[in-house]
Ligand binder design. Structure first.
Ligand code: BES
Ligand code: ZN
Ligand code: ZN
Length: 485
């Protein structure tokens, strides 16, 4: 784990192997800001000229590695482009810091000073300093630097950034863990351990307790696996907090599709079908470590969707926790079965808001891609989530609930159909949201966040490595902050 510290004084004096500075975009050469003046002086005032020779004119995404001049204590100087000085926002700083740290893997320590908000710089640096350890017995490759000093940041800034990045890292590591090592009972135990470490109370329901509680959806999906399902409920109750928010998550530790079996190509990706549960737990732990003044309940439904003699099947009618009956048409639409119970349970607490997070539909990836999650639910809440996402450099887009799609989810024999009649794929992502809405009382502020695409980056960029992203942990923390007081 990389240690994040704050640095003070001129970064030119930093005792680090790598010094990172930011430069603004200029016409033929970058513009060196005040925060890099000392480093520029060490280059004899020729930093801009030197970078221009390497085609770095300060555009975003530009990164040049230079040997440090003799009078700097560092070995290397990295210059990252920040774009035009007038356009630099927090996400520009996060991405620049994160990409510089990713370029410094294998180096011992890094010092960084970017012109602008040091919290954004610290957050980007901390997010970039992540690597999943993996299971190679030798030759695991370079890891992140041992320490990063963020110049201009206070100790509190560095600590906040480190807590956020830890929440994201915890989420990513769970998502990367193969499905044989993270089945519902083990995942529940890991969540309990993480909660205990953060001083959060945890309760785990096993299949017997789920049965007694009428959690028909979770039991149906988990029934095909030798490792039975679990529901975990975390309660963070800080003194004096007035508002209460529930974060709910889909935690399918592996999604084979069940009896409606998925094709083999790509099935391996379905070890990440618990990314929603991992994210809500990561956000709850971060909220507790930040000491946020809001009550948070985190509810996750954990199950392994397997085909077997005890698996649920298309045509089954299942009764969810809120008493509604569901006609099953495709056992691969298991996430919504689990969330039907989780959302029913969430509503019983009458919280001020509920946000659920799920890798729910392939339709989300088709509609919005890998960097923008789908938002469904009450308009005020989907807008609120989209705003929170934007502020932290994540992205979400609110979708409508058109009446023709609502009608598609009617069942001739049960209260609701699990899938559109005839398995029509019209508005596929939205169908998932419509189904979930049947398990949320009309007067409950609620938003559903479909992260099927954004859970995995597909490629490295900015502070994000290729693989799990930990989205939307930071959006959720920002949302919770809005409920403080
Ligand atoms: N876990 C998948 C959704 C998914 C797809 C997540 C791709 C990440 C990447 C989900 O359980 C699923 O299989 N959904 C089906 C629903 C259909 C059967 C109604 C889908 O999206 O096709
Ligand atoms: Zn599925
Ligand atoms: Zn799934």
């Amino acid at each position: 784990m990389t240690e994040l510290v704050h640095g003070s004084g001129d970064i030119a004096g930093a005792r680090a192997e790598v010094i990172v500075v930011g430069v603004h975009a200029g016409d033929e050469a970058p513009v060196v800001p005040g925060s890099a003046a000392g480093v520029d002086a060490a280059f004899g005032g020729r930093l801009a000229e030197t970078l221009a020779a390497f085609d770095n004119t300060g555009k975003t995404g530009a990164l040049t590695r230079l040997p440090a001049p003799a009078d700097l204590p560092a070995k290397l100087v990295y210059a990252v482009g920040l774009g035009g000085a007038a356009e630099v926002d927090d996400e520009t700083l996060r991405r620049a810091a994160g990409s510089a740290v990713r370029a410094a893997f294998g180096r011992e320590n890094v010092a960084i000073a970017l012109e602008g908000d040091p919290v954004a710089t610290a957050t980007g640096a901390a997010l970039g300093a992540y690597k999943f350890d993996g299971f190679k017995t030798e030759g695991g490759g370079d890891g992140p630097p041992e320490s990063i000093a963020v110049y201009g940041a206070t100790e509190a800034d560095a600590e906040r950034a480190a807590i956020l990045a830890e929440g994201v890292a915890m989420t990513k590591s769970w998502v990367s863990t193969p499905a044989n090592l993270l089945r519902p009972p083990t995942f529940a135990a890991e969540i309990e351990r993480a909660a205990a470490e953060a001083g959060i109370e945890a309760e785990v329901l096993d299949p017997e307790a789920l049965s007694a509680g009428g959690y028909g959806g979770i039991l149906a999906v988990g029934g095909g696996s030798a490792a039975g399902p679990r529901m975990v409920r975390l309660s963070y109750r800080p003194e004096g907090a007035a508002k209460h928010v529930v974060l709910a998550g889909k935690g399918i530790t592996f999604d084979t599709g069940g009896i409606s079996l998925k094709p083999p190509a790509g099935m391996w990706d379905m070890k990440s079908d618990m990314a929603g549960a991992a994210a809500v737990v990561g956000a709850t732990v971060a909220a507790a470590k930040l000491g946020l003044g809001v009550n948070v309940t985190c509810l996750v439904g954990l199950a392994e969707n397997m085909p077997s003699g005890s698996a649920y099947r298309p045509s089954d009618v299942i009764t969810a926790r809120n008493g509604k009956t569901i006609e099953v048409l495709n056992t691969d639409a298991e996430g919504r079965m689990v969330l039907a119970d989780v959302l029913s349970r969430a509503a019983e607490d009458e919280p001020d808001a509920v946000y659920d997070v799920a890798t729910l539909t392939g339709g989300q990836v088709i509609a919005l891609g890998r960097r923008t999650f789908g938002l469904m639910g009450r308009e005020a809440e989907t807008e609120r989530v989209a705003r929170a996402a934007e502020a932290v450099g994540e992205s979400g887009w609110p979708m409508p609930f058109p009446e023709d799609l609502v009608a598609l989810m009617d069942s001739p024999i049960a209260d609701v159909s699990q899938c559109a009649s005839g398995l029509k794929r019209d508005g596929h992502m939205i169908q998932g949201g419509i189904f979930l809405s049947k398990f949320v009382p009309d007067d409950l502020p609620w938003a559903h966040i479909d992260i099927a695409g954004p859970a995995d980056s597909g490629e490295a960029y900015g502070y994000t490595a290729k693989g799990p992203t930990g989205v939307p942990v930071r959006t959720l923390v920002a949302l919770l902050e809005g409920f403080e007081g």
